[in-house]
Ligand binder design. Sequence first.
Ligand code: HEC
Length: 137
Amino acid sequence: MKTLAILAVISFSFLFYSCGAKDTQLKITKEQPKKAFYIVPGEDDPIDSALVKRGEVLIAYSDCYQCHKEESKAKGPSFSDIARRYPIQEAYIDMLARKVISGGSGVWGYPVMSGHPKLPADEAKAMVTYILSLEEK
Ligand code: HEC
């Protein structure tokens, strides 16, 4: 009985110890410099301000802010980091809009972005245009 109790204490303290270790790891990754990711080279094209406004409204009514924040990391990369990464060009807007619809992972080192299969392509593009417009802020 005594050995059992001792064993229980040991395994509990190990549990607490490993949780504590996880916490410090999290803090370290949070303090990494903002630009610790690959920036895709390319010029920005002129941006359609009406589309930006539409995207802003669409995002406000969708679930995006459950995982994204404008300035800081959350479950997903911050919108301003996404804006810093990609040039404002039709090809990237198209690619990112498809990714918002299909969902996916593997680009930023976060877990998975859920898909938005019911989202029409033009709405996804408006949202992405809004996100990419945040670069200057
Ligand atoms: C369940 C959480 C979650 C939700 C909800 C979510 N995202 Fe994401 N998003 C992520 C994650 C995680 C990533 C990083 C994926 C990766 O590393 O490939 C990401 C990445 C992105 C990217 C960059 C993709 C790339 O390949 O660089 C864009 C753009 C984006 N999200 C837009 C949106 C929009 C718009 C919405 C709302 C319609 C949305 N997200 C909702 C979690 C989410």
